[in-house]
Design a protein around this ligand. Structure first.
Ligand SMILES: [Zn+2]
Length: 199
């Protein structure tokens, strides 16, 4: 899609931060963007991901699609080789919805979703796991959970914003992430919110 003009391209970062700092002014909310049937997001994974990481990606996509009641996200083949590249070699608006595991010391985020929009329609989304942090199976102490990170980042693609309300720390869309925590079951409030976003 490189070179196409006419879109108003807005680049937004949605980050998962480490530091806990409750902001009770914010609550579960949307980011103002949705996926249109004209722009389904087909993620391209990396050949470097093992089956456990891929399984987390598939289940996150499956669960969020079901919650929304529309099927506008999927995962295609593991097409690309990018892993642990430099920041400025990734996250480009290039017609590919890539899933990276690339060293990202600029954002300070454990996981990141960078997306591009035309008006209120999301047209591309890249997701990164940041190996600057200790990633793995979050059911073990000391590891940021791969699957949980993907559940969170994909929620931005669907149209959610981070919530930093400490009362919503059990939500997938909660903006802070901790080691030794697995969140791969979408709470009822978010299931309803996802459905309402697309109906
Ligand atoms: Zn986020």
């Amino acid at each position: 899609m490189k070179g196409i003009r006419g879109f108003v391209i807005v680049v937004l970062f949605s980050v998962v931060l480490l530091l806990a700092s409750a902001n009770t002014a914010l609550a579960l909310s949307y980011n103002g963007k949705t996926l249109s049937s004209s722009y389904p997001i087909v993620y391209e994974s990396s050949i470097y991901f093992d089956s456990a990481i891929e399984a987390g990606q598939y289940s996150a996509i499956y669960d969020w699609n079901n919650a929304a009641g529309v099927y506008r996200m999927s995962i295609g083949l593991a097409l690309h080789y990018y892993e642990e590249e430099f920041f400025n070699e990734t996250y480009s608006y290039d017609g590919h919805n890539r899933i990276y595991r690339t060293w990202d010391w600029y954002s300070g985020a454990v996981g990141l979703n960078k997306y591009w929009c035309s008006g209120s329609t999301m047209v591309e989304s890249d997701i990164n796991y940041n190996p600057h942090f200790v990633l793995g199976d979050g059911s073990y102490a000391g590891y940021y959970d791969y699957a949980s990170l993907f559940y969170h980042e994909v929620s931005h693609t669907l149209g959610f914003a981070d919530t930093y309300n400490s009362g919503e720390s059990n939500m997938i869309t909660y903006g802070y992430v901790y080691t030794g925590v697995v969140k791969t079951s979408i709470p009822y409030a978010e299931l309803v919110a996802a459905y309402n976003l697309y109906h």
